[in-house]
Design a protein around this ligand. Structure first.
Ligand code: IPE
Length: 256
């Protein structure tokens, strides 16, 4: 199942992978609070897209808060099913809200919950049922994959972030472009200006700090490092630039 989707029914066109960051669609300072205005704007932009699209979303105030309360990170696991469910159920509520917003705009969106479709081995390597995503695309659906907890050999459950999902899905589906719609208009340099293009992590190491709100998955620095590992070009941009990205244009900071 790892990374080898059955592509028999897929169109010749390549898919785009879009992450909606938790800070775009939720109010990150208030637990389990949607930002309905921005979520609706994002859904509108997605509805105008023509082609195959996989949507991934982060945790925002639904995931991070429960994850830190129960001490679960991408590497620190937990065998406490109550904690695992607290994170997973909150992420499902957010996933439902994203699906509802997309349906309102006429997007044929279907959910994928990684807790039931992914695991990590003892080295942390992820297996994700990307064949399910490929089949959904082949049938004309828009898969909406939530960040989640996943079972991890020897550790119980750990967090699977939206950023890791984007990378794994982009590779498995051989995506042609990747977009990370974030709460900021791009990656900032040390003067606070949006960097146009990043080709190597060393060039931006000094400029990349952590994330200010509760974030168990590493903030911008981890995002950039992971996106640099992709064959497909990636862009990090704010919601204002989402229509540009979906139109095939450059938006915010190009990575790789
Ligand atoms: C976090 O995923 C997932 C959970 C805490 C369950 P992300 O790290 O991708 O979320 P955002 O986009 O930063 O909120």
């Amino acid at each position: 199942m790892t990374g080898e989707p059955n592509t028999e029914s897929r169109a010749a066109t390549k898919a785009a992978v879009l992450k909606l960051g938790g800070s775009v669609i939720t109010d990150k300072s208030n637990p389990e609070t949607l930002d309905t205005e921005t979520l609706d704007r994002a859904a509108d932009a997605v509805a105008a897209f023509e082609g195959e699209l996989v949507v991934v979303h982060g945790g925002g105030s639904f995931g991070h808060h429960h994850a830190s309360e129960h001490g679960i990170t991408t590497t620190a696991g937990s065998h406490d099913a109550t904690g695992a469910r607290a994170v997973h159920d909150a992420m499902r509520r957010l996933n439902d809200a994203v699906l509802d917003a997309l349906r309102e705009c006429g997007v044929p969106a279907l959910p994928l919950h990684p807790l039931s479709a992914a695991t990590r081995d003892d080295s942390g390597e992820l297996s994700l049922a990307t064949d399910v995503v490929a089949r959904m695309l082949g049938e004309g659906f828009v898969p909406v994959v939530q960040a989640d907890v996943v079972t991890h050999v020897g550790r119980g459950v750990t967090i699977l972030s939206g950023d890791e999902l984007v990378v794994v899905l982009a590779r498995a589906l051989d995506a042609d472009r990747v977009g990370v719609c974030s709460g900021v208009p791009g990656v900032f340099d040390t003067d606070g200006a949006v960097i146009d293009r990043i080709d190597s992590f060393e060039d931006v190491r000094a400029a990349l700090g952590g994330s200010d709100a509760t974030d168990v998955t590493g903030g911008m620095s981890a995002k950039v490092e992971a996106l640099l590992g992709l064959d497909a070009p990636a862009w990090v941009f704010g919601l204002d630039d989402l229509p540009r990205f979906l139109d095939g244009e450059s938006a915010g900071t190009r990575i790789g």
